[in-house]
Design a protein around this ligand. Structure first.
Ligand code: MTE
Ligand code: MO
Length: 268
């Protein structure tokens, strides 16, 4: 990891030492966020924050403009990641012996607050750019072809764990509902007010799975009952649990963490 203060001050220093000092103070305040964004970029070789400040027309002197620069970086980062994303490259898979037990729980609330959903009355809502907007019961979802994977879940908070998830290949589901596969995004609304979204290429990736089971049994409440999306090519927060509704759209739906500054693409 390069030092953002050192690598990025060159332009600003040449322009005006006063500005450079103010910039350094602001950058120091936001160092973790900048480092998080920078890690996934190629700033070391291609673009400094100084250059980006000029591209985005910000002077990096107050929090508002720093936010603007960070959002500009993050949107540009999304485009680079989408362009680099290899539609056929598979995430590593593991053996049953390697499954992490107990598997960690995570959500924006403690485990005892995980929603308690009645599976018998459950219907998955479908909307947006799809031909067939009928809702789906769990029995109907279990009637679709099922696959299983043992993959690693990676949380941005610094832990990872290997789990086994089974369900419907998400591509199969999207084809079944007549989704417009040339649309840009698939959005997810969850029973706990969480929400997230994926680029269509990731939604169609062979390992992206509409998951009903964890370790060969229905998902327990803490891991997303009755339905979650398993996306082994993305960070954990792009794996929505307790899915209530799925929609296909050309407008980026954002997400719970995505809208608070976490990079939207967040590929692994
Ligand atoms: N509905 C919902 N889905 C969610 C979250 C959440 O708070 N609510 N947290 C996300 C995050 S940050 C992580 S790391 C994983 C955790 O999934 P797990 O409990 O199966 O480990 O769920 C993701 N999906
Ligand atoms: Mo996470």
């Amino acid at each position: 990891m390069s030092d953002p203060q050192r690598t990025d001050m060159t332009n600003a220093t040449r322009a005006d030492p006063q500005d450079a000092r103010r910039t350094r103070i602001v950058l120091a305040d936001h160092r973790p966020r900048i480092e998080q964004l920078q890690r996934r970029l190629f700033l070391r070789s291609s673009l400094s924050i100084g250059a980006l400040a000029m591209l985005s027309g910000c002077n990096l002197q107050d929090n508002d403009s720093l936010d603007k620069v960070l959002w500009t970086m993050s949107r540009w980062n999304d485009r680079v990641q989408a362009w680099l994303f290899n539609r056929n490259k598979l995430a590593p898979t593991y053996t049953a012996r390697e499954i992490t037990d107990p598997f960690p729980f995570n959500a924006f609330y403690p485990e005892f607050d995980a929603p308690d959903i009645d599976g018998s009355g459950y219907r998955l809502e479908v909307s947006g750019l799809v031909a067939d907007k009928r809702s789906w019961s769990l029995a109907q979802l279990r009637g679709l072809p099922q696959v299983s994977q043992i993959t690693r879940h990676v949380c941005i908070e610094g832990w990872s764990a290997i789990g086994q998830w089974s369900g419907v290949p998400f591509r199969t589901f999207l084809e079944r509902i007549g989704a417009d596969l040339s649309a840009r995004y698939v959005g997810f609304k969850c029973a706990d007010r969480y929400y997230s979204s994926l680029d269509m290429a990731t939604a169609l990736h062979p390992q992206t799975q509409l998951t009903l089971d964890f370790r060969n049994a229905p998902l327990p409440a803490r891991y997303g009952y009755p339905l979650k999306l398993r996306v082994p090519t993305k960070l954990g927060f792009k794996n929505p649990k307790h899915i209530a509704a799925i929609f296909v759209t050309n407008t980026n739906p954002g997400g719970y963490w995505e809208d608070q500054g976490y990079n939207w693409f967040s590929g692994l």
